[in-house]
Structure formats: C-alpha cells, structure tokens
Design a protein around this ligand. Structure first.
Ligand code: CUA
Length: 364
C-alpha cells in the first residue's frame, strides 16, 4: 500500500494547483515516478501542432527550441520530397528504352541552377545558425536576478538546496522566477533533464556545471537523469513543481524538525538520502528493502544472522561494510553516512523503520 502518497500530497497546499493531485497521482516517493509531461497534450488533437508531439512548453525558451526544431524538420521534409521526387521522375523519364543504344546528351553546366542551389541552401543554413545561436545564448546566459539552487546528484537521487538553506528531493520553483542551477555529483556522471523546460546538462564528478531557465507555467513536470549512471539510472527521476508564488514554494520546502514527528523526520531523511537505493515496498533494489526489517533476524553474507535493532541500524548507516546482507555482497555498495547523518538523524530513521514495519504489517 502506498501510504506515503497522501502525506506528500498533504504538504502541497498550493491553491492554484488544484489538479496537482490528479497529475501527481503517479508520484510515489518509493520510486518517484512522475507523469511524463509529454503525455499532456495541451488540449490539441491536431497532429500537425507542435504541442501535440512535444511536452508542455514550460520555460521561457521552450517555444524557441521547438520552433527551431520544427523549422529544421519541415525544411528537411520539403527537400527530401523534392529530391526523391525529382530522382524518381528522372529515373522514369530517362530510363533506357528499347532500341535506343546511345544515352541522350546531357548539359554539363547551367549557371542559373548552380547559383540557385548554392545560394538558397546557404541562406537557409545561415538562418538556422542565427536562430540556433540566438536560442542557445538565451539558454546559457542567466538573467541577473536569477536565484541560485544547488543541485547534488548521486546514485540514484537528487538533493536540491535553496538559497534559504531549505532542502528537498523534488525541485520546487516559482513561476516567472529565473533560476540558475549549480550542479555537482557525489559519485559518477549524471545529467539533469526537464523535458518541459527543454533544458539538459551533464553533471560531472569533480567539477560544477550549470543550467539556466525561467519557468513560465505552473505545474508538475518530470525531472530525470539522462546519463546512464548505474543499475538505478532509470529510477533516478523526481518531480519538478512550479508554484505560483514564493509563499507557496516556501510552504513546500521549509522543514522545521521540531514541528514534525520523529517518523516524519525519519521519512524525510529516507527520501533525501536512502530512497535512491532502498525501497520501502518490499522490493529489493541496490540495497535491501527497509519496510519489513525492523526487529527481524537478517541473514548476512558470512552466514551469521543479525538482529535489526538500534545498534544494527547505526552500524549500517555509519559503517556499511560491517554487516552485509546476504545477496548484496561481496562488498557493500553503500558509502558511509558518518558525518552526514548524526546520531539524532539515526534515531529518526529508527523511528521511521519501526513505524514502517507496523504499517506494512497492518497492510498485510
Ligand atoms: Cu543518474 Cu543516470
């Protein structure tokens, strides 16, 4: 049972996003799937309309990107039809006929045609370059008032840190507020991609990369990793939510530990740090599922069994090499979280695991 979904939606009290619930029905923090914005047809059934084939144009330059793409598509189509058409026509017209041995003489030079087929394509290509460069500059050069959001990509999830220090694992933005992402990877090569924004940028370990855009339409869009980064690559996606006001955004990103239950704090830590590799629906992933383990005796790769209690959880988070569950060896794929999660955080995780066990038990 996906009981986390209502909790997540309950946090989203954005009045202008009434259909948010519907559109995020597919959101599950267990795997974080988001409806593909390319499936939202923007109310057109005309297959010749750009909006029919492409995701919602939700950034300031999305329309220009699509315009250039469609222009090149139609130019290519026109030339394809003209060239193939002429070729077929000439093949038939000048085919070898019975009784005619020598080929008809052909003209070796025609100044008018040669100028035409040199100048016309040149003009078209220069135009494509001009429009392409113009759009590219718009996608690359941030406006001066752009807010900065830190993005940390890791196997297999996202962490977004806002200017006021809030952190989330979905990206929350404000409509008409330009944003510059400062991105880094904790491990391997990833790539930031939001189709609705027509923006994509690799995230490279050992250096910062940047992405810039201005969301112009509120809604929920899919944010995914677009560079194969390991077995969980296809799961490395989350929601990008564009709010209508700064206040709405703040309501969705602020997290006051003291106002939350240990369970909620634990769930949040799970979502930010653990959900990339550990599921809570009983399914094995990069690491074992976490929902049924509390209080159980788990089998280790060395044949021993370990009781999942407070010490076991602390060890597993701080010293992942210490206990490796059978089937997940021979070495631990997990990095130590010592220095990232302190003992209080571990307490929250424990509270979360305890309740998960109870809830999963109830659902049975
Ligand atoms: Cu991260 Cu693919």
């Amino acid at each position: 049972m996906n009981w986390q979904l209502p909790l997540m939606l309950a946090q989203t009290n954005d009045s202008n996003l009434e259909n948010l619930r519907e559109r995020t029905e597919a959101i599950s923090m267990q795997g974080t799937t988001v409806p593909d914005s390319s499936l939202i047809r923007e109310g057109t059934s005309n297959p010749f309309a750009t909006e029919y084939w492409f995701p919602t144009q939700a950034s300031s330059f999305a329309g220009e990107v699509d315009f250039l793409y469609m222009s090149i598509f139609w130019i290519s189509l026109v030339f394809f039809v003209a060239i193939i058409g002429a070729m077929v026509y000439f093949c038939v017209k000048y085919r070898r006929k019975d009784g005619v041995i020598a080929p008809e003489p052909s003209s070796s030079h025609n100044t008018a045609i040669e100028i035409l087929w040199s100048v016309l394509p040149s003009i078209i290509l220069v135009w494509i370059f001009y429009v392409g460069a113009e759009t590219w500059f718009e996608m690359r050069i941030p406006k001066e008032n752009a807010e900065e959001i830190q993005v940390t990509a890791k196997q297999f999830g996202w962490l977004f840190t806002y200017e006021d220090g809030d952190q989330t694992n979905e990206l929350h933005l404000v409509r008409d507020k330009p944003v510059r992402l400062i991105m880094q990877s904790e491990d391997v090569l990833h790539s930031f991609f939001v189709a609705a924004f027509r923006q994509k940028m690799d995230i490279v370990p050992g250096r910062y990369t940047y992405a810039y855009f201005e969301p112009i339409k509120d809604g929920v869009y899919r944010l995914s990793c677009n560079e194969y980064c390991g077995t969980g690559h296809s799961k490395m996606k989350t929601a990008c939510i564009v709010h209508t006001s700064e206040e709405d955004r703040k309501n969705n990103t602020k997290w006051i530990e003291a106002e939350k239950t240990p369970f909620e704090n634990g769930q949040r830590i799970y979502q930010i740090h653990c959900s990339g590799c550990h599921k809570v629906d009983g399914q094995a992933a990069t690491g074992p599922a976490l929902n049924l383990i509390w209080g159980e005796n788990e089998k280790m790769i060395d044949g021993t069994t370990e009781l999942v209690n407070e010490d076991y959880v602390l060890d597993s988070i701080w010293y992942p090499e210490k206990h490796i569950v059978e089937g997940y060896g021979p070495v631990s794929k997990m990095n130590s979280f010592k220095g990232i999660l302190d003992q209080k955080d571990v307490d929250y995780v424990i509270a979360y695991l305890k309740e998960l066990k109870e809830q999963s038990g109830d659902a049975k």
